[in-house]
Design a protein around this ligand. Structure first.
Ligand SMILES: N[C@@H]1[C@@H](O)[C@H](O)[C@@H](COP(=O)(O)O)O[C@@H]1O
Length: 261
């Protein structure tokens, strides 16, 4: 696992957007796995700026959704499908036909979950999966004690996650659905490159547990320790509880530029 400590969220966004741009130059129809939440926004902004500047072409890029609320109509402004259209597809000029995600409105939720895993595999798998992290260490919506081998499935949110996400629902946690569909941890680990971005002091404990703690389902993001190409990009605040911060800085500063992340 590589840990990159950056001064702020904007710098983190730039490094990850550059990794996506490099991938798209090498593989124009790459499948980008994208996450919702506030944290990844600087990545999408930096990538959109590269597209606008003609530094990368997204005309053949494909986008895959990480998770979704169950029961919100697809056109609800806070369904993750709507959020990703707004924050990723439109700014990057990617059409909805190049976008795939689980159907949170399906009557047969287990069937929709299985269908999504199949669709991801048939699409050739995710090339780069961007992740944020919950304050409890969740990735996607894999809450603590999710199976490290899990596939896409329905999960019940913890009260803390519903409180954290209430800000997108007029501050009213009662409006936050209890159930979600999320790519499983096993599904996420199938991606060829997994990149987790964490910013702010509120993520420092979760980052330290994920990177330096034991591999344990109680901290779902620790599963990244199993991945052969996992990159954790953190700002100074989110890195503040890492014991090996000095080593991580030293490694990154001395890395050849051509290698990227
Ligand atoms: N399902 C999403 C996660 O994918 C995201 O990582 C998390 C953190 O969001 P934020 O980046 O806003 O802190 O929120 C939600 O739970």
């Amino acid at each position: 696992m590589e840990v990159v400590i950056v001064p702020d969220a904007k710098a983190g966004g730039e490094i990850i957007a550059e990794a996506m741009a490099r991938l798209l130059r090498r593989k124009p129809d790459a499948l980008l796995g994208v996450a919702t939440g506030s944290t990844p926004l600087p990545v999408y902004q930096a990538l959109a700026a590269k597209v606008a500047a003609g530094a990368v072409d997204t005309s053949r890029a494909r986008v895959a959704q990480l998770d979704e609320y169950v029961g919100l109509p697809a056109d609800h402004p806070e369904s993750y499908r709507s959020v990703l259209r707004r924050e990723v597809l439109e700014p990057l000029g990617i059409g909805v036909d190049a976008f795939m995600g689980p159907d949170g409105t399906a009557e047969d939720i287990p069937g929709a979950c299985e269908a999504y895993d199949t669709a991801l595999a048939e699409a050739g798998g995710v090339d780069l999966q961007l992740l944020g992290i919950g304050t409890d260490g969740h990735i996607g919506f894999n809450e603590p004690c999710s199976s490290l081998a899990s596939r896409t499935r329905i999960k019940t949110l913890t009260e803390q996650t519903r409180i954290d996400n209430a800000r997108f629902f007029d501050g009213d946690m009662e409006q936050v659905p209890h159930h979600v569909i999320t790519q499983g941890i096993g599904t996420i680990l199938d991606a060829r490159h997994v990149v987790l971005l964490a910013t702010g002091e509120g993520k420092a404990d979760a980052v330290a547990a994920s990177v330096e703690g034991p591999l344990a389902s109680v901290c779902p993001a620790s599963a990244l320790q199993l991945h052969p190409h996992a990159t954790v990009v953190v700002d100074e605040d989110a890195a503040s509880k890492l014991k090996l911060a000095h080593y991580f800085r030293h490694t990154y500063v001395n890395k050849p530029e051509w290698q990227g992340i």
